[in-house]
Every structure is written in structure tokens, then in C-alpha cells.
Design a protein around this ligand. Sequence first.
Ligand code: ATP
Length: 441
Amino acid sequence: MVSTVTLDKLVSLCKRRGFIFQTADIYGGLNGVYDAGPLGTLMKSNVRALWQQSLQRLDKDIVFIDGALLGPETMWKASGHLESFHDPLVECKSCNSRFRADDVDLARACPRCGKTDWTDVREFHLMFKTQLGASVEQSSVAYLRPETAQSVFVNFKNVWTTSRVKIPFGIAQIGKAFRNEITPKQFLFRMREFEQMELEWFCTEATAREFFDFWATERTSFYKSIGVNQTHIRLRSHEKEELSHYSTATSDVEYEFPFGWKELEGIAYRGCYDLSQHAQHSKKDLAVFDEETKESYTPHVIECSVGVDRLFLTLLFNAYCEEAVEGEVRTVLRLHPSVAPIKAAFLPLVNKLAEPCERIYAEFKKCGISVQFDVSGSIGKRYRRQDEIGTPYCFTYDFESAETGTVTVRHRDSMKQERIAINSIASYITHTSPFLTPCPH
Ligand code: ATP
């Protein structure tokens, strides 16, 4: 390792190699909003697939929904967001810069202009409000969702009555959320438009603590399974003062970013707060009937919530590495193969070997596997290009290949090369895909 990873290095790599672009950058960008480029799109879909599979693989009943981004004002009133989804805001009277009050020390000078002249702290509402259609009536007011969870709660009875699920069970969802963050920062860490992967686990009150512990363990081990370095990950229980008013227990899975230990995923015991609120405000019965006790009750909820983009950033930090190789600096993304956007590259040693090499590449491409074929530049440069985007394997077709039916495989992390049979390439690639799993016999 020649130097440590910094946020600037990651931002630069993301832009240079087509992982992430600033939204509308030709117009100067939009603060806190980003687009995924070709490699970022592939990697994000791997992240989503791995999360979904980590839930589907369990011996638990978990169904998935895909809720709308817009919700009526009545719904956000019931959930408590209308009243309490805000952050404390202060403004520097001298330069008019605005900050989250807990991000700056008000006893000290403004970090932008150096003067100490702050306004009082006031609450800044984080939801994006809009009006549906041409009507100006209050009933046409809608908000972009600031979390995906509420789509699950308002659909609880729909799922319950249509899906033959029984308590305990989960409803999970992947989708966009929007927060008008006062100071979006640290690239994908705090954005205004982002994506969440959330599981709401419905259970009885008596089993809730046990399930809370189960999910805390399960979710932490998920990160291990996708290659997150265990020394950079920890589970931290919230102190009493940190808990939301509806939560009696919350633990964060935290990652050690270069800017400190920060929340990656929140695991919260939400009691029966959400369903009770929606039942009360909508005047609909959201309770379930227990066949054994012959009583109705409102299920309790454990929530596991992680941002796709924050996990994406975590995986990049976790993988980024610079090392000295033959007097040069090699940048390599040591991504877990299941997360890597490109699973393998097919490289003819020289131009005139392109055709047979491309035929092998095409076979894998036809199967829907994201592979690349690259013929331009020296073989060393092509290896480096693949290292930088985290491709686990490079298969090189050389002068021996036609005669012996072999290629060389170069391993990204060790840079070791070995000669293998062309018909064994598949066995290398199969385990890199988050979508392919061996079938039971
Ligand atoms: P914070 O305290 O950092 O504002 P939070 O506790 O409000 O976060 P949650 O509401 O628990 O965050 O959101 C669940 C998950 O969604 C977070 O753990 C994070 O992974 C992701 N997330 C939340 N806000 C953002 C954001 N502005 N940008 C990117 N990801 C986010």
C-alpha cells in the first residue's frame, strides 16, 4: 500500500471510469444529486440483487413491494414526518451560508467567512413538497417520500390479505427517497435524492426483542459476506437520548470511513407506532387476528434500513487500494467478485488474435454476464485498466491458445497468472455473479 484512500481519490476514480457523475454537470451540477454511469449502474444492480437475495435465502417469509415515490399529505401527517422531519438550521448573518446546527460549533467562527455572527437555530423541514395536477386544493398536496418505509406500512393490509403471509413475516423494498438535506456532503454519503433498501419485519410484541437481536446479527454478517473488512465495521447500540420517540432499541451498523465511524444501516425496533398511527388517521383496521388466542393485535416492527448509495460508497472505500508495482503505482479496486461491475475481461495478447478471443467473450456475453473485450493498448495497460474498475479476472488469449485450447487467467488481487483450459473459464466466472446460484439436486 503506498497511500491511503481519500474521498477525493474516490470521487476522481468514479468520474474518470464512469461509476458516478454529478447530475447535469454540463450545467454546473445539482448539489447532493448524482447520476450513475455505466459501471456504477452495473455495480448498484449487483448491490440490490445481493441485498434482496440475502433476505430471500433465509428460512423466513419475506415479500417485496415497489411503492410510489409520492404520498398524500394525510399519510405524512399520520407518520409524524410532517411535524417532526426536520433538522436544526443556522445561518451565518455575514455570508448567508446555511449549516446543520449540529455540524458547526456555534461558539466559533463561520467556516466559510470567518465571522462569528449566527442566527438563532430554527427547524428546517426536509421533505420535498409538490402539488398534483392543476388543482390548488389542500387535498392535492403531495410529498416525495423521505424514506421508503411508509409505503410498506400503508400497504400492510393489502399485502396481508393478498399474500397468504403469517406473523412473523417481512415486507421489503428497494426504492428512491428524497430529503432536502441542509448540507449534502461527502459525495454519496449524504445526498438529496438517494435509494434505500428497507425491511420491515412484523412480529408479536413478545418476540420483538429476540427478532431485533436476530436481525442485528444477520445484517452485520451480510456485510461480511460481500467482502466488507471486519475491522472497519461495528454494531453500535443507540444511547437512550439518541432514540426516536417511537423506538425502544436501535442499533447502527457503522463503517469506519476516512471521515470517521458513520451509520451504514439502521436497525430499529419501532414498536407498533407506525401501524397504530396509520390505523388511527385512516380509520382503517390494521390489526391482525391471532387464531390461537382469538384476539386482534397490532404487530410490532423491526426495521433494517440501508442506503444503496451509502453502501456503494462503503464498498468503494473498502476496496480502493494503491500499491507500488514495478516502480509504478497500481490502483486496484479489491471488490468482492459478486459486487464487481465487470466480472471478467477477455484480452487477445496481440491484435491478430482478436477474432478467436472475441468468440469466447461473446459466449459469456450471450449468457447475460457483464464481461468486456479489450484489444487496444499494451497488455500491461489493459490489466491496469481492469484493476482500476475491480474486474476479478482477465483471460488472455495468446499464441499457445489455439493449439493447446488454453488461455491464461490473471487474478486481480495477486496479479498471479496461470494457464487454464478454455472450457474451465466458466467455473471462474460463475461464482462472481450475484444472480447465479447453484441449484439443489
Ligand atoms: P442521518 O442521521 O445520517 O441523517 P438517519 O438516521 O436519518 O441518517 P435513516 O433515516 O435511519 O438515516 O436512514 C436509513 C439509511 O438510509 C441510512 O443508514 C443511510 O444508509 C441511508 N440514508 C439516509 N439518509 C441518506 C442520505 N441523505 N444520503 C444517502 N443515504 C442516506
